[in-house]
Structure formats: structure tokens, C-alpha cells
Design a protein around this ligand. Structure first.
Ligand code: NDP
Length: 324
């Protein structure tokens, strides 16, 4: 048995219930995990509200650091006691114990503790594919990153600084601006009181930027297009303010032959080799000290609803974990 945070219906944070669920023995290709720290990500909110479809009832959550408790038939890479982490794969991370496909696990280096791992696997691998694969940011380039003081944002600021890029980051408060700057963001814009399109044009001598990373979605989509140089790329990778409404493709021609892509981590880590490559590059950044990950907020597993409330109210910065 295991305590787990489940949803039986879609709704607000109150839809999260603490249930005692049965966890069977690991089947073929599966591993039984004893979870040590669980990552909270904005995608968990989309699953809770139903913005992203899930089959009910379900335990939510996609990321944790854990110990292997037992392995199923055919599993040769893992043994009881191994320190592992995962980000993605089947839902079910908000739990004390769970089953996972062995092929989704990554071995944790000794120098990365459980809280740090749960604070960075999903968000850090996301930054890896966004800045090294979706658009390969070069030294000297200027990029616009929305929600720069969030979990993904603070890792992105550090990684982009290490790449020699200039980062313009949008933030929702003065405290968040200071935090983003302390993590390598070059210029900050408080988009709750400033027009970020005008500010980006000022900061780039009217040129705009070659790439915008936008996870805010509905509220920023149009403005993000207006921040791009001719033939620039909008990477739309989230919906914190709501989903981007349908738009006419002709808009991209009118605004300067622009590109738009809508990637997700699953699409970049579905193959095991890609997963290991992506996680390996993240671990290298951490070992080199170019990316430092701190857990900014920790809640007991039973208080997952509190964590969701704070995240949606824009009260949090950096990474959030639940402790089982
Ligand atoms: P964050 O810690 O970044 O939290 C979201 C932030 O978005 C808030 O703190 C807030 O920052 C900003 N925001 C702007 N408008 C709103 C709004 N209306 N409601 C709530 N927040 C708002 O979360 P994560 O680091 O977990 O994720 C960041 C984004 O990246 C999410 O949209 C997530 O879905 C996306 N993502 C996408 C992935 C992918 O592969 N496609 C993978 C991982 C994350 P501020 O107050 O500064 O505006």
C-alpha cells in the first residue's frame, strides 16, 4: 500500500485527495520505487484541471528521486537500493511508493541529493532540449525568456549565461526580478506593469530577438511574436495563463516570415538514448557548477493542494518538492 495524491474529478486544488492505494509487485520490465522527493511542476496543474487529458481516477505527478525497492522480470540494469530519478513516463509521482517502467529511470550521481534531483530533472531536461535542441542558442545571442524566476526559468537563466547569451527575462514582481538577475538574467521586465514588447525593442535597438521561449501562453503569445526578428522562432512550451487560442498562419508571414514550434519533453526523451543524453548534459552542468539548483519550497506530500495553490497564485519561485 502507499499514500498517494489522486484526482477523482477535475477541478481546483481541492480536487487533490490523499488516498491509500494498492501497489502491486513489479511486473515484467517494471521497478518498484520507494520515493524520497517528488517534483511539483506546472503540468501537474494542467492534469488536475483537465487542460491536458488524463483517465480518472489517477495519481498525478511526473517526477521524483527514489530508491529501487524491487525489480520485475527481465530488469537487469537496476537492483534494490539503487538511487534513481525520473521525469516523464506514466503519471503517478505524487506517492510514497509506485511502479515505474525500468527504461524511464536515470541513475543519480552521488553529488546530487534527492531534493535537488526532484527539483531539477523535469525542469532541467526541459531547458536542455529547449536551448540545445529546439533552438541551439549561440554565444552573443539575445533571447527572451518569459517567467524567468520560475522553476524552468531560473535553470534557463543560468544555462544561457553559461552559453554566453544575453537573457531578457519577464517576471511578475521586483523580488522575482532580483532573483532572476542573481541567476544570470541580464535584463528583467516586470510584465505586470511594463509593456514587454516595447522594452524588448528598446533593449535590442529595435531589432527584436531571434528566439522567444514562452511558457505563459495565452497572455503573452501575440506579444511574443512582436518581439521576434524577421524569420525568428517562437518556442511556445506552456500555458501558465491558459492555452494559446487558434490563430491564422498568415499572421506569421505578416510579422516577418516567423516560425512557431510547440514542443514537449516527452517528444525529446521518448527514446532511451535521448533521455540519457539529455539527463547526462544536465548533470554535467550541475557538476561544472554552471547550473545550481536549490529547492525553493518543500511541502509534505499530504499538502500537495497547498503547493498547487501557491504555484497557481504566482507565489512561488524556482523549484518545488513534496516530501513523502
Ligand atoms: P513556474 O515555476 O515557472 O510557474 C509558472 C510561472 O508562470 C509563475 O510563477 C508566474 O511567474 C508565471 N505566470 C504568468 N502568468 C501566469 C498565470 N496567469 N498564472 C500562473 N502563473 C503565471 O512553473 P514551471 O517551472 O513548473 O513551468 C514553467 C512553464 O513551463 C509552465 O507553463 C510549464 O507548463 C512549462 N513546461 C513545459 C514543458 C514542455 O516540455 N513543454 C516542460 C516543463 C515545463 P511570474 O509571476 O513571474 O509571471
Amino acid at each position: 500500500m502507499s499514500l498517494a495524491i489522486r484526482i477523482h474529478r477535475h477541478g481546483g486544488p481541492e480536487a487533490l485527495t490523499l488516498d491509500n492505494v494498492k501497489v502491486g509487485a513489479p511486473g515484467k520490465g517494471q521497478v518498484l520505487l520507494e520515493q524520497r522527493a517528488i517534483g511539483v511542476n506546472f503540468i501537474d496543474v494542467y492534469h488536475r484541471t483537465g487542460l491536458y487529458p488524463v483517465t480518472l481516477p489517477t495519481t498525478i505527478g511526473l517526477e521524483a528521486a527514489a530508491r529501487v525497492e524491487a525489480v520485475g522480470e527481465g530488469v537487469v540494469d537496476w537492483q534494490p537500493g539503487d538511487r534513481v530519478a525520473y521525469a516523464g513516463g506514466p503519471l503517478g509521482a505524487y506517492a510514497q511508493r509506485r511502479l515505474m517502467p525500468a527504461e524511464r529511470l536515470v541513475r543519480l550521481p552521488d553529488e546530487i541529493d534527492d531534493r535537488a534531483a526532484a527539483s531539477m530533472m523535469l525542469q532541467g531536461m526541459t531547458v536542455q532540449y529547449l536551448v540545445r535542441q529546439t533552438y541551439r542558442v549561440s554565444p552573443g545571442e539575445t533571447v527572451l525568456w518569459h517567467a524567468a524566476a520560475g522553476g524552468v526559468g531560473l535553470i534557463a537563466c543560468q544555462w544561457l549565461r553559461a552559453l554566453g547569451a544575453t537573457v531578457i527575462g519577464t517576471v511578475g514582481s521586483d523580488e522575482k526580478a532580483a532573483l532572476a538577475k542573481a541567476h544570470g538574467c541580464t535584463h528583467t521586465i516586470n510584465y505586470r506593469r511594463e509593456n514587454f514588447v516595447e522594452r524588448v525593442r528598446e533593449l535590442t535597438d529595435g531589432l527584436g530577438v531571434p528566439v522567444v521561449y514562452d511558457s505563459v501562453g495565452r497572455d503573452t503569445f501575440e506579444g511574443s511574436l512582436d518581439c521576434l526578428q524577421r524569420r525568428g522562432l517562437l518556442v511556445s512550451f506552456g500555458n501558465a495563463s491558459g492555452a494559446v487560442p487558434p490563430f491564422s498562419l498568415g499572421v506569421l508571414a505578416q510579422k516577418g516570415s516567423l516560425f512557431v514550434t510547440r514542443p514537449n519533453l516527452a517528444g525529446y526523451t521518448a527514446a532511451r538514448d535521448d533521455l540519457l543524453q539529455c539527463a547526462g548534459e544536465l548533470f554535467e552542468q550541475v557538476r561544472a557548477g554552471t547550473v545550481r539548483v536549490a529547492t525553493h519550497h518543500a511541502y509534505p506530500l499530504a499538502e500537495a493542494a497547498h503547493a498547487h495553490r501557491d504555484l497557481e497564485a504566482r507565489k512561488t519561485t524556482g523549484s518545488i518538492v513534496l516530501l513523502p
